[in-house]
Design a protein around this ligand. Structure first.
Ligand code: GLP
Length: 259
């Protein structure tokens, strides 16, 4: 894992956008995440699209997860969210922005079909990830199999509470079931780019980076991946004990820029 610690999340957004841009310019397949964490990166990519001719026309995108039971027209579906926050502001073909079908009559079959569709597209080249305060990625809550595939999961009450802010602060409006790429599915993306900001994420980041590989911290599975970049602000990094191993490795540049 390459760990980059920055002072402010704006700096993280620029570094993350640099990484994603290099894939976009080659028309690669993007793995997108929702949540507040990647928003700065999306805004920076939108700016580069508008001001620097960054074109997404040759890209396709796969979302990590979706609530089960919300109609696609609901503004809090991830289908709508990613369009509102990102893809409707760039020139990607909307038909190439894929997400799990949380309305499917046979969710198990729809989940397997989604997993297959990622493989049929040649896999994800760059996967953007946030992290839940309990260490979840996508919606893979603690105890998720580290080899899991896209499937239905039940949210932990803490995650329901965390996400109530998007549902008028009313936990009863938050769906309790979701369809999420599995940890095994996510792990097949060729480059994982995980962002985390704020003290609320410090414990999860410490467990992910320095803890044992364990289903109790699903993000710790990233330790087994060959190409992971983690960009955190100082607050999210505050639980790390071994920072001498991390950060700007050569000439004050992250190694992917130095080489
Ligand atoms: C949700 C999403 C995750 C996201 C997490 C953190 O659970 N399914 O993909 O990483 O929230 O959200 P935020 O970035 O808003 O802290």
């Amino acid at each position: 894992m390459e760990i980059v610690i920055v002072q402010h999340k704006d700096e993280a957004a620029k570094i993350a956008a640099d990484i994603v841009e290099s894939y976009v310019r080659e028309g690669k397949t993007l793995g997108l995440a929702t949540g507040s964490t990647p928003l700065g990166t999306y805004q920076e990519l939108i700016r580069r699209h508008r001001e620097q001719d960054l074109s997404f026309r040759d890209c396709q995108a796969f979302l990590l997860d979706e609530y089960v039971g919300l109609p696609r027209s609901h503004e809090q579906t991830y289908y709508q969210t990613i369009r509102r926050e990102f893809t409707s502001h760039i020139d990607i073909d909307d038909a190439q922005v894929h997400s799990p079908d949380g309305t499917a009559e046979h969710p198990g079959e729809a989940a397997r079909a989604y997993d297959r569709s990622i493989g049929d597209a040649g896999g994800v080249d760059i996967q953007i990830l946030g992290i839940g305060s309990d260490g979840h990625i996508g919606f893979n809550e603690p105890t998720s199999s580290l080899q899991s595939r896209t499937r239905i999961k039940t949210l932990h009450p803490d995650t329901v509470r965390d996400n109530a802010r998007f549902f008028d602060d009313d936990e009863s409006k938050v769906p309790h079931h979701v369809m999420t790429q599995g940890i095994g599915t996510i792990g097949e993306a060729r480059h994982l780019l995980l962002l985390a900001f704020g003290e609320n994420k410090a414990e999860a980041i410490a467990a992910m980076v320095e803890g044992p590989v364990s289903a109790m911290c699903p993000a710790s599975a990233l330790q087994m991946h060959e190409h992971v970049t983690v960009i955190v602000d100082t607050a999210a990094a505050s639980g790390l004990k071994h920072t001498q191993y991390y950060n700007y490795a050569l000439e004050n540049k992250p190694t992917w820029q130095a080489f």
